[in-house]
Design a protein around this ligand. Structure first.
Ligand SMILES: [Mn+2]
Length: 321
C-alpha cells in the first residue's frame, strides 16, 4: 500500500525537523481527530528530543474528549525555521484554512508529508501517502507505523480505531474492506479501547437530539414516487431545544425504509430550506436531484439549500362507506 522510497523520504524529513507540526482540516471529524492525535503521539515516542505541535482552526468535537492529546489543538499557526508539516485527511490546502495566512507552509520552503484517503487529494505535500482505496486516513497511518516499525500503544491504537470506526460508520459502510477488518484486529491487539469508542461516539445522544430525531421519524411521509420525506420547521428546533447540527445522522433512519427510491429531510434554517438526500439504490442518483435545487454531492448522498420556508400541505379525501 505504501512505497518504500516514500517511507524512507518521509522518515528523513521527520528526522531532520526541529519541530513537527501536525495539521488537520477545519471542522475536524473522527478520522481527522484520530489521525492528528495518533501521529502526534507516534512522533513523541519516536522523536523524544523534538517539539510536537497540533494545529487545527477548529477544536475537536466534544465527543472525542476521551482521546489523549485532543485538548492540545492550537488554532494560531506560527511557522518557524526547522518546521516540518504533516497534513492529515486534507485533500486540498484550503481545507486546512491556513492557506491564505501561511501559503509558504505548502511550498518547498517547508518539507511536508501528507496522509490522506480522498481521491481528490492534490498531492501538495513533499511526500504524499494518498491511498484512495483506504477507508480512512487512520487506516493509512496504522499501515505506515507498522511499515516503519513504530510501536502502537493503547492510546495511539484508540485514536486510530476511532478514525476507522467513524469513517466506516461503525464498519457498516461499503468502504469496510477485508483490510479494514485486519487493521481493526491489529489495533485491538495493540490495546485499542473499542468499547469506549462505541459508547462515546455511537451510543451517546443528548436529550435534545433524541427529541429532534423523534420529530423527524414521526413526520415521515411516503410519496407516490417512492420517496421517504420528513420536514422540520424552525418551530421543531425551538420546541426540542436542538440546534441544526444535531440533525446529523437522522437521515440514515429515514433512509432505512425498504423499497424507497430515495429519502429526504427538509429543514428550515435562517431563512433557508436545507435538503438532505440519500438513496440505497444503484439506479437512483440523488446528486442529480440536488442539482435541480443548485445543490450537489455524491450519487448516494447529496444536499441543497434554497431560500424560503416550509409550508405544510395537507391532503384529505372523503371515502364513502
Ligand atoms: Mn477521512
Amino acid at each position: 500500500m505504501l512505497e518504500h522510497g516514500d517511507l524512507d523520504r518521509a522518515l528523513k524529513i521527520f528526522s531532520e525537523a526541529k519541530r513537527l507540526c501536525c495539521v488537520c482540516h477545519r471542522n475536524p471529524d473522527g478520522d481527522a481527530v484520530g489521525a492528528i492525535t495518533a501521529v502526534a503521539r507516534l512522533f513523541e515516542e519516536n522523536f523524544p528530543d523534538k517539539t510536537i505541535a497540533l494545529f487545527c482552526v477548529d477544536p475537536a468535537p466534544p465527543v472525542f474528549d476521551f482521546l489523549a492529546g485532543v485538548h492540545r489543538f492550537k488554532a494560531e499557526l506560527n511557522p518557524a525555521a526547522g518546521d516540518v508539516f504533516v497534513f492529515l485527511d486534507s485533500a486540498e490546502t484550503k481545507l486546512t484554512e491556513y492557506e491564505e495566512k501561511h501559503p509558504q507552509i505548502f511550498t518547498n520552503a517547508f518539507p511536508s508529508v501528507g496522509f490522506d484517503h480522498h481521491p481528490t487529494n492534490t498531492r501538495y505535500a513533499t511526500v504524499n501517502f494518498v491511498v484512495p482505496e483506504a477507508s480512512s486516513t487512520c487506516e493509512i497511518i496504522t499501515v505506515f507505523a507498522d511499515a516503519v516499525k513504530w510501536r502502537i500503544t493503547p492510546d495511539t491504537a484508540t485514536s486510530l480505531l476511532s478514525g476507522i470506526y467513524t469513517d466506516t460508520g461503525g464498519l457498516l459502510h461499503s468502504n469496510t474492506t477485508s483490510r479494514v477488518y485486519r487493521t481493526v484486529a491489529r489495533l485491538l491487539r495493540a490495546g485499542a479501547r473499542q468499547q469506549t469508542i462505541v459508547q462515546k461516539v455511537f451510543r451517546t445522544a443528548k436529550p435534545t437530539t433524541l427529541r429532534l430525531w423523534g420529530r423527524v421519524l414521526e413526520k415521515i411521509t411516503i410519496t407516490e414516487e417512492g420517496g421517504a420525506i420528513s420536514a422540520l420547521t424552525e418551530g421543531d428546533f425551538r420546541a426540542t431545544g436542538a440546534d441544526y447540527s444535531e440533525l446529523t445522522g437522522a437521515i440514515d433512519y429515514v433512509n432505512a425504509i425498504p423499497g424507497m427510491r430515495f429519502s429526504l429531510i427538509l429543514a428550515e434554517r435562517a431563512g433557508k430550506v436545507k435538503g438532505s438526500l440519500r438513496t440505497l439504490r444503484d439506479d437512483v442518483d440523488v446528486s442529480k436531484m440536488a442539482a435541480k435545487f443548485q445543490g450537489g454531492g455524491h450519487k448516494k448522498a447529496a444536499g441543497f439549500a434554497v431560500p424560503g420556508k416550509l409550508v405544510p400541505e395537507v391532503r384529505w379525501k372523503v371515502e364513502n362507506n
